[in-house]
Design a protein around this ligand. Structure first.
Ligand SMILES: [Zn+2]
Length: 407
């Protein structure tokens, strides 16, 4: 009898150790960060998004998420994965001039520039930290994923192919879930641009845009089916980068007519215009012309941009910024004026038309949570928390999202 008790105790200790070991070996659920480019939160009310609405009910959604300024694609995608405002992460626009990097402009459509880490190195995105910490990552498209930022790339990061249908993007991501257990990805991204394309071409209210919304919802449904058939429980964080506003050739602001000919160099035009003087001598006359009041436009020197836009301190921001009222378009030629149609984004990031979408579902999230509006810089600390990683210092704060986690 005397020998049995210690033996049982020993067995119990061994069993407890085994249970603890098994618990420790249990990998965290993978995190899938999904971007639906140009997807406004009110698109969820068009009756064509059963999958997204079900996820929102099972998890958390935001009434709306505020993008960062400028409310365009590359700056906001980099904000979502770094928690930094564009002014702080260096991807200050879809088109950038920085002669210290290249004598060529950075453009979204330039594959060489997109893959050049020097444009991205001012910040460190989620996947770089994750790879360094031993979490494998795969990006089914995300701005920055094609560059070896700080020398690190995702384990798999296909080159962007805008023609690849949404369903095939989903299938590629699903195929990664079939990798051997020790090579599976803890962090993945997925990117859909159909809604943004339709919004630009036809405008946010058009039936074609609603069709694109339905198509992206079906792709999400395909993803959910694929996860279920593999018995994979993932934490899904579904976002958009910005909204979309209706524009018209009747709401055009031909700024070139008001500026001294040859005095400026256009970097960006549309919902906002970013311009530089064409020479140091032209700085003064250009500033004087831009100081005049124009209906539906506000212009500032970069150092005078209102603090709420959190923009203008980065050396890459051009010397002058002009911002149009939502729905209006700044142009620099009569030819561009005639071409304005459909939808645009890039306006004040507080404009309701620019609002972005946020839905999160999975084992980490409480059901049925509706969060008030928060800033998109807050997504980064959430994703890092889900991955069990320490977030780097950023402009984001996880506090507004804690109710979704039940904390
Ligand atoms: Zn976009």
């Amino acid at each position: 009898m005397a020998g049995i008790l210690p033996a049982m105790k020993k067995l119990l200790t061994l069993w407890l150790a085994l249970v603890a070991g098994a618990a420790a070996a249990q990998p965290a659920p993978p995190v899938i960060l999904i971007s639906m480019d140009g997807f406004r939160p009110d698109y969820l009310e068009r009756g064509v998004t059963p999958n997204l609405n079900r996820l929102a009910a099972q998890g958390a959604r935001a009434v709306a998420m505020r993008p960062s300024f400028p409310s365009v694609t590359f700056p906001n995608h980099y904000t979502l994965v770094t928690g930094l405002r564009p002014d702080h992460h260096g991807m200050v626009d879809n088109t950038i001039i920085d002669n210290s990097v290249s004598d060529k402009r950075f453009k979204m459509s330039d594959a060489d520039a997109v893959g050049d880490r020097r444009w991205w190195d001012q910040a460190e995105p989620v996947w770089v930290t994750a790879e360094r910490e031993g979490i494998h990552t795969g990006t089914m498209f995300w701005p920055g994923s094609e560059a070896a930022i700080h020398g690190v790339r995702p384990t798999i990061a296909p080159k962007f192919d805008g023609k690849l249908p949404a369903a095939e993007r989903v299938d590629t991501l699903l195929s990664w879930l079939d990798r051997p257990a020790d090579q599976r990805f803890g962090f993945m991204t997925l990117y859909f641009d159909d809604v943004d394309h339709a919004g630009h071409e036809f405008g946010p209210s058009a039936p074609q845009t609603t069709e694109a919304v339905a198509l992206v919802d079906q792709a999400i449904g395909r993803l959910l089916d694929g996860l279920a058939s593999r018995h994979v429980e993932a934490n899904l964080v579904i976002v958009s980068d910005h909204g979309m506003a209706d524009v018209s050739a009747t709401r055009v602001l031909p700024l070139h007519r008001a500026l001294p000919p040859g005095s400026y160099e256009e970097v960006t035009s549309g919902p906002y215009a970013a311009i530089n003087p064409s020479s140091p001598a032209n700085e003064k006359p250009l500033a004087a012309a831009l100081a005049q009041p124009y209906a539906h436009i506000q212009c500032w020197r970069k150092e005078d941009i209102p603090a709420r836009l959190a923009y203008g301190h980065n050396a890459r921001v051009p010397a002058f910024l002009c911002l149009a009222d939502p729905g209006w378009s700044i142009v620099f030629s009569e030819k561009s004026a005639a071409k304005v149609k459909g939808g645009k984004h890039g306006y004040d990031n507080a404009a309701p038309e620019m609002a972005a979408t946020f839905i999160a579902a999975g084992p980490a999230f409480k059901p049925g949570v509706v969060l008030p509006v928060f800033d998109n810089v807050d997504v980064y600390p959430l994703v890092m928390r889900l991955l069990g990683l320490t977030a780097l210092p950023s402009d984001g704060d996880i506090t507004p999202l804690l109710p979704a986690l039940g904390q």
